[in-house]
Ligand binder design. Structure first.
Ligand code: G
Ligand code: G
Ligand code: MN
Ligand code: NA
Length: 260
């Protein structure tokens, strides 16, 4: 906790960085967007996975500082890419940033998003910013949260429900909240096409989402058989090691030069 607090005082020196994982269109050929994923390599403790330090930051009350750093860094990076030599390739890309449910309820969250959008040179759409939220958010649904989500939507920010199907909430929120996209959890993607239960869940998710006017991203795509199944069932976008891992900014540029 102390090490993380110290890292936030000087993120680059403290070993915090962001990796960017490509998201491709349904055909798996066109780059459509990037998901920013935080990394922490502590000088003495080594690599610490986000599954360890995100909960720590949530419990210790500085998740909004960490989240704000992630959001600003990702937006500044995309702005730099858009202004750089391959700028045209980045112009229409979406940028997905994970946000902890706790951040949404902190005072000033919408203002912090607005400030991050200013780094992208656009305070309303189409800037491409998407926020990925988990079903944990929906356990605290009240008028204030809905108001926050509507304010974000008014800024042109799109909301994706991450890890879909792994949480505890009811489907009613899909009707009540301004969510525009679902992300099928990789635990379901892992089983297709052979596990009949996983295949049924993925097909049903795609069908329901499309009937509700939502788009769908599948994560954790590792095999051609998974890719073919998702394509056959009209999944809108794919992400996974079959295409690319989460990459450092330099490696992402190299990947783009090689693949696109
Ligand atoms: O690929 P990876 O091991 O980075 O991701 C592990 C988990 O950590 C995922 O569930 C992902 O959503 C979460 N995560 C990664 N980066 C961030 C971040 O910047 N903020 C939050 N809140 N969660 C993140
Ligand atoms: O929960 P969230 O979806 O935000 O987290 C993304 C996580 O999934 C990151 O930890 C990322 O490194 C990991 N990931 C991305 N692609 C793949 C994949 O194809 N297979 C597996 N097993 N993990 C992946
Ligand atoms: Mn995510
Ligand atoms: Na996920």
């Amino acid at each position: 906790e102390n090490a993380l607090r110290a890292a936030l005082d000087d993120p680059a020196d403290g070993g915090l960085s962001l990796a960017y994982q490509p998201q491709l269109d349904a055909s798996g050929t066109e780059l459509r967007g990037l998901e920013a994923l935080v990394r922490w390599y502590h000088p003495a403790l080594g690599a610490i996975p986000p599954s360890e330090f995100i909960p720590l930051a949530e419990e210790s009350g500085f998740i909004d500082r960490l989240g704000d750093w992630v959001l600003r860094t990702a937006c500044a990076q995309l702005a730099a890419w858009r202004a750089g030599p391959l700028g045209a390739r980045f112009a229409a890309l979406t940028l997905a940033v994970n946000v902890s449910p706790i951040e949404f309820t902190r005072p000033g969250f919408v203002e912090r998003v607005r400030a991050a959008l200013a780094l992208l040179g656009a305070e309303t759409g189409p800037h491409g910013l998407e926020l990925e939220v988990t079903e944990g958010l929906l356990l605290q649904t009240d008028d204030e949260l809905i108001d926050t989500l509507n304010q974000l939507t008014a800024l042109g920010v799109r909301l994706t429900l991450d890890d879909f199907g792994t949480g505890y909430s009811s489907l009613g929120y899909l009707k009540r909240l301004p969510i525009t996209q679902l992300k099928i959890d990789r635990s379901f993607v892992a089983g297709v096409p052979n596990d009949p239960d996983d295949a049924a869940i993925v097909r049903a998710t795609l069908s329901m989402a499309h009937d509700l006017g939502l788009s769908v991203v599948a994560e954790g795509v590792e095999t051609a058989a998974q890719r073919d199944f998702l394509r056959r069932h009209e999944c809108d976008a794919v992400q996974g090691w079959l295409y690319a891992r989460a990459l450092t900014p330099d490696d992402l540029l190299a990947w783009l030069r090689e693949h696109q």
